[in-house]
Every structure is written in C-alpha cells, then in structure tokens.
Ligand binder design. Structure first.
Ligand code: ZN
Length: 73
C-alpha cells in the first residue's frame, strides 16, 4: 500500500494499492483504498496543487506534483 502525498504541502492525497514496479503514471479508481481529498473530478490537493487528471478509469498522474511512501505490492 502506498500513501500518496502532495509534493508542495505534504498533505495526504490517497492510499493506493499499486501493482507492479515502475513509476506511478496512472492511479486506477478500483485500486484506490482511501481518498483523503474530496473530489469528483480532477485530483487536487486542498492547497490547490493539481495531482492528477480524471480519465474514464484512472487518474493520469502529474509527475513531480506528488510524492509517495510505503510498499508496492
Ligand atoms: Zn498540497
């Protein structure tokens, strides 16, 4: 499980269950364990930093706008 945080203010954005190695380019909705921000559209931190762009089944993650910690399953 990964904790994804805003790169600017370090707020928690979501818990994500990533499968496979490599960088985080997409976050699929069905693997999001918990979302700490309240959004129905693009993924945006409370500080205003845009983290991801909403697509049909995933967020297209914006590199350098987030950091993460935790283990990749
Ligand atoms: Zn932020």
């Amino acid at each position: 499980m990964l904790i994804i945080r805003c790169a600017k203010c370090k707020s928690k954005i979501m818990k994500y269950n990533k499968v496979g190695h490599g960088s985080i380019l997409k976050c699929y909705f069905n693997r999001i364990e918990k979302k700490f921000v309240n959004t129905e559209s693009d993924l945006r931190c409370t500080c205003g930093n845009k983290i991801g762009i909403k697509k049909d089944q995933y967020y297209k993650m914006i590199g350098k706008s987030f950091i993460y910690s935790g283990k990749i399953n």
